[in-house]
Design a protein around this ligand. Structure first.
Ligand SMILES: N[C@@H](CCC(=O)N[C@@H](CS)C(=O)NCC(=O)O)C(=O)O
Length: 221
């Protein structure tokens, strides 16, 4: 298939950014179709026919129509396994390892992100940013405090893991690390100390934030 993947989404959406980040990491050419969620374009009948949940992003590539950002990232990795590494040369092109043990470690890390990290950071992102954008009022600071306490407990576990290895899934960068960046970078802006006072979490996070692909995606708003 020679056609480019088409991503429907918003450059401000964390889930869209997750997919754009992986495309940039792997230097894949893609087309982008902006969906204005404030205008409810993601709820139009034509869109919902393709994305039944009426949310972004959506990936279309040839005959394939795919939703769920993490599934898209895995698809991109599988479809373009030998795509060029990032400009700084630090990325292994295999963002999902294929060896049995390495893959099990990757899956563990991906599961940690989805089940331990995402629910908390997404709730903080909702309180601090999305609530206002949706006209639902000010953040509930008491709720944020509880969420941050919960996040600290999780990051203590990350600190234990990252004191023994460079990345969450082992000694090489994988999709599991990249999955954290879009929402986590917002949370770090509001609560930098939560990341910074854990030396290994801090080192890991700075390594991710400094990746040229992320700098490009984060700057493209
Ligand atoms: N688990 C989904 C989450 C998709 C999602 O919640 N997208 C948000 C933007 S980040 C959205 O579409 N919000 C508008 C809406 O749901 O109407 C994924 O990773 O793709």
């Amino acid at each position: 298939m020679t056609t480019k993947p088409v991503i429907y989404g918003s450059k401000l959406s964390v889930s869209t950014r997750r997919v754009l980040l992986v495309l940039e990491e792997k230097n894949i050419d893609y087309d982008f179709v902006a969906i204005n969620t404030a205008k409810g374009e993601q709820k139009s009948q034509g869109y919902v026919n393709k994305q039944p949940f009426g949310s972004i992003p959506l990936l279309i590539h040839g005959d394939l129509t795919l939703f769920e950002s993490r599934a898209m990232c895995r698809y991109i990795e599988a479809k373009y396994p030998s795509a060029a590494v990032a400009a700084d040369g630090t990325s292994s092109s295999r963002l999902v390892p294929t060896g049995l043990t390495e893959n099990a470690m990757f899956e563990q890390a991906a599961s940690i992100e989805a089940s331990q990290f995402e629910p908390i950071v997404a709730a903080i992102n909702f309180e601090k940013r999305l609530k206002k954008l949706k006209g639902l009022g000010d953040p509930d600071e008491e709720k944020c405090k509880q969420l941050v306490t919960n996040l600290e407990t999780k990051l203590d576990a990350y600190e234990r893991i990252l004191s023994k290895q460079a990345y969450l899934g082992g000694d090489h960068l994988t999709l599991a690390d990249l999955f954290h960046l879009p929402v986590g970078s917002w949370v770090k802006k509001w609560y930098p100390e939560v990341f910074e006072r854990r030396p290994n979490v801090n080192r890991w996070w700075l390594t991710l934030e400094e990746r040229p692909a992320w700098i490009k995606v984060d700057g493209d708003k």
